[in-house]
Design a binder for this molecule. Structure first.
Ligand code: TNX
Length: 528
């Protein structure tokens, strides 16, 4: 890879072509030649490059064209998300050939990077020429699932910030937003048939535990939710960028906001659920769903509306950190377990997950859950997000289940990114940029069949102490750039990775992030 292009994530190959390094210039005469299936990418290029360059990029063909094509040959060689980008070849100024529409789109992201950091600005930069080196880039992703999980429950992310994050994911060739929409501290999606979920469940009186620079040390009320139209807009905005939004409705634990809205969802024989409010602190919450038919029907109603809004093949049902104490103490839950022939509370948790596995499968979707869903027996069609390390993912993959690797030891972006007093993050774990860069999603020793079950990887952003966009930016960047390379690029083994080369390319990438207005953590350390 030619370092001068400073592409992130690194492509499979990028060669300067010809004996003398030449270049191509995009200017007022540049036209856009969009073949069938590439109209969406053309629209994006016109909007994004148009904003930065002021160039109109009208439709046209010929030597001055940026030509977008879907190519069967590229599909055969690189798959539907792969692409070949050629500049300065006869017939067009730039040729982006994708294996499918997504490949063309990822190729267009590379084109933006090749034009320099100013290509990410949103008003015309007029005092410069828009040149590209003569090059051929061949590229394809290592994994099909290249994700970011965003927790919008602990702190609500306003819609515009979600859309901006989708732009940032696309610029890094990431293609999944795992949308953690519900938790103890807030229910963030409007459900028409259960309006109190947002009327009551989307607001909390205060948040007690912030980082020390945070206004959350005072009792700041917090709330917000997405209407159905907001969700439609987010999903469509993501789709235009070849990103799938995977919704998560967390059950049977992490459910206090729902129980605060509808007390009958909880274990009413052991807790006064009518007295519960949306939880105002963090941790693992004891208030979990009661194992009744009514609760199943309630959540089927929730999922029906979720399926209407999200075309994602996968639907996440959570399943993490569900304490079993209330079920142990509740005579009703114990009677229910006997009735269902379940041996213990782990099996009761599995009963919830199996129910929704069958329910989703019958509707043509796939269930995915956190690795706790292995306890008490994994539902037949379930896929697993392996967060407590590799073990859950390995067990699931060896048993023939699909897996997304997101071990907290490597890719939890709520963990601090440097040791030291000044790092504005109360969580003690340190995951540096280099740690993320050296993360390997496929653990050694997996059988080839199990390795093929690793759909990919995602980084997780839990927002307990990230109360605004600037705080999220600081935690997510620059580590997302390293993560994108892990998820996209066919890197060598972790110990052999060229971190120095990556850091050198980051010099240019920081300037791209500057142009994009990202409040990343500066490489020299936290700001005063
Ligand atoms: C564990 S990861 C959780 C979250 C927390 C996170 C904090 C997972 C499935 N559950 O509820 O926010 O730790 O790092």
């Amino acid at each position: 890879m030619t370092d001068s292009m400073d592409l992130i994530p690194a492509p499979l190959s990028a060669e300067h072509r010809g004996s003398a390094p030449g270049h191509v210039t995009l200017d007022a005469r540049t036209v856009l030649d969009a073949g069938p299936g590439t109209e969406g990418t053309a629209r994006r290029l016109r909007a994004d490059l148009g904003a930065a360059t002021g160039l109109p990029l009208p439709d046209g063909t010929g030597e001055r064209a940026v030509r977008l094509r879907i190519s069967e040959e590229v599909a055969r060689e690189h798959g539907p998300e792969g692409y070949r980008l050629t500049t300065g070849a006869p017939g067009a100024a730039v040729l982006v050939e994708g294996g499918g529409p997504a490949g063309v789109f990822w190729g267009a992201q590379t084109l933006r990077q090749l034009l320099g950091p100013d290509a990410y600005r949103r008003a015309p930069v007029t005092d410069r020429a828009w040149t590209l080196p003569h090059t051929t880039v061949e590229d394809r992703p290592r994994f099909g699932w290249r994700g970011l999980m965003l927790d919008v429950s602990r702190h609500f992310t306003p819609k515009d910030d979600v859309l901006r994050l989708l732009d940032l994911l696309a610029a890094h060739k990431l293609n999944v937003l795992h949308f953690h929409l519900t938790d103890d501290q807030g229910w963030r999606i409007e459900i028409e048939r259960h309006p109190r979920l947002t009327e009551v469940g989307s607001w909390r009186a205060r948040s007690k535990w912030g980082h020390r620079a945070s206004p959350l040390w005072t009792d700041t009320p917090h709330g917000g939710f997405y209407t159905r139209d907001d969700i439609r807009e987010i999903v469509a905005y993501a789709a235009e960028r070849h990103i799938t939004v995977v919704p998560e409705i967390d059950l049977p634990g992490h459910s206090q906001a729902a129980i605060a809205a509808y007390p009958e969802l909880g274990n009413t024989d052991v807790v006064d659920t009518a007295a519960l409010t949306v939880w105002d602190t963090w941790g693992v919450n004891p208030n979990v769903l009661a194992p009744t038919e009514e609760v199943l029907r309630f959540y089927e109603g929730v999922f029906e509306e979720v399926l209407e809004l999200f075309p994602s093949p996968f639907v996440h049902v959570g399943g993490d950190e569900c304490p079993k104490d209330q079920w142990k103490a509740s005579p009703a839950a114990q009677a229910r377990m006997r009735e269902l022939g379940l041996a213990d509370e782990d099996e009761l948790q599995s009963w919830f997950v199996r129910h929704f596995d069958r329910w989703l499968t019958a509707r043509g979707r796939r269930l995915i859950g956190w690795d706790e869903i292995l306890e008490g027996g994994l539902a037949e069609g379930a896929a697993v997000s392996s967060w407590r390390g590799y073990a859950g993912g390995i067990a699931a993959a060896e048993a023939g289940h699909d897996v997304v690797m997101c071990p907290e030891q490597h890719v939890y972006l709520d963990h601090r990114q440097a040791p030291g007093e000044d790092e504005p993050m109360p969580i003690g774990y340190v995951r540096t940029l280099e740690d993320v860069y050296r993360f390997e999603p496929v653990p050694p020793g997996l059988s080839p069949e199990a390795a093929a079950r690793i759909l990919g990887t995602q980084a997780n952003v839990w927002t307990e102490v990230m109360e605004n966009r600037s705080r999220v930016d600081y935690q997510v960047f620059p580590r997302l750039a390293a993560f994108a390379e892990v998820a996209w690029s066919a890197l060598p083994a972790p110990g052999e990775r060229d971190y120095t080369g990556f850091e050198r390319r980051m010099d240019t990438h920081y300037r791209r992030l500057d142009a994009l207005g990202v409040d990343y953590r500066p490489p020299a350390g936290p700001l005063p």
